[in-house]
Design a protein around this ligand. Structure first.
Ligand code: PBG
Ligand code: ZN
Length: 333
């Protein structure tokens, strides 16, 4: 016979009791941010080969693609600009020129969806000839020039209507440089800075580099993205970005870095914590479903709940439309 002290199942024997054990791991529409790729060629909509079901599209297709997702309850969007026709150069001129697809899309998105919160990725890799996230001088990143340029780009997106600017570049001092620019532009209190503070040098970004046409033309991103085995280094960067007054924090990729998520959430419970379920995670789940390992709903919900359990407040996921469709029938998940 079981002893009184040994029995724990008495706390979760029916559905309601099981729910009580999971309060902080619910998934609602506020826990999701949807990343999209906007092309400089307004007529084109093309599927990304390494990310089946995900598209890059020009302005003309945007509304038809987003209407159903917004209708399902989408709260926030993360936009990436991709240039095919515009030229790239050493300075990333088209990151914030009037022809930049993000600059062009922002006023339209704000007009179509006034209640949608819009975040813009801030980086140089899609706009520079050499495909690095900062400005290169003599084969190396010039940190001062990089953060000055990234500050300008962030301010341009803010002026065009972004609610959040999200620097993914991993240049030292970017948050401060952006906050300073927002102050000068009179937008400090109306635009949030989401720092990709703990961004690892991951092999899970491969499909994204196809999508955003941003692979480095020489070397790799190891001089600025974190070594996979590091942990306290992520903590130092988070400490630095909190000191520079970032509004929100991010860990990226998501699934393999939940120890980092947990550590950061415990240290900074007052900062909303994002995790980015990156392109390689999307592809991995997609192929597992194709192979019959699990259904999308069962597999993905287990992964999302694990992220919430580790301490993530918001998951950036390419699967957001599917999750919102499930939420229509039962909310929260
Ligand atoms: C580039 C950037 C990357 C991602 C977002 N911004 C790739 C990289 O750093 O090489 C990855 C997103 C994904 O894989 O879904 N600044
Ligand atoms: Zn970049």
């Amino acid at each position: 016979m079981s002893s009184i002290e040994s029995v724990i199942q008495s706390g979760y024997f029916n559905d309601t009791l099981r729910e009580w054990q999971c309060q902080n791991t619910y998934i609602t529409s506020s826990n999701l941010m949807y990343p999209i790729f906007i092309l400089d060629d307004e007529d084109i909509k093309e599927e990304i080969k390494s990310m089946p079901g995900i598209f890059r599209q020009g302005l003309k297709h945007l509304k038809a693609s987003l209407d159903p997702v917004v209708e399902s309850g989408l709260k926030s969007l993360l936009i990436f600009g991709v240039i095919n026709r515009l030229p790239k150069d050493e300075h990333g001129t088209h990151a914030d020129s009037p022809e930049n697809p993000v600059i062009q899309a922002l006023p339209l998105l704000k007009q179509w969806y006034p209640n949608l919160t819009i975040a813009c990725d801030v980086c140089l890799c899609s706009y520079t000839t050499y495909g690095h996230c900062g400005i290169i001088e003599n084969k190396y990143i010039d940190n001062e020039k990089s953060i000055k340029r990234l500050g300008e780009i962030a301010l341009s997106y803010a002026i065009a209507g972004a609610d959040i600017v999200a620097p993914s570049c991993m240049m030292d001092g970017t948050v401060k440089s952006i906050k300073q620019k927002l102050l000068e532009g009179g937008l400090l209190s109306r635009v949030a800075v989401l720092s990709y503070a703990a961004k690892y040098c991951s092999s899970f970004y491969g499909p994204f580099r196809d999508a955003a046409n941003c692979a480095p033309s020489f070397s790799n991103r190891a001089s600025y993205q974190l070594p996979v085995g590091s942990s306290s280094l992520a903590e130092r960067i988070v400490d630095r970005d909190v000191t520079e007054c970032c509004d929100m924090l991010m860990v990226k990729p998501a699934m393999m870095y939940l120890d980092i998520v947990s550590k950061i959430k415990n240290k900074y419970p007052n900062r909303p914590l994002f995790v980015y379920q990156v392109s390689g995670e999307y592809a991995m789940i997609h192929h597992a479903v194709q192979a019959g390992v699990y259904t999308l709903k069962n597999g993905l919900l287990e992964i999302l709940k694990s992220m919430r359990r580790a301490g993530a407040d918001v998951v950036v996921s390419y699967y957001t439309p599917e999750i919102l469709a499930w939420l229509k029938h039962s909310s929260p998940l």
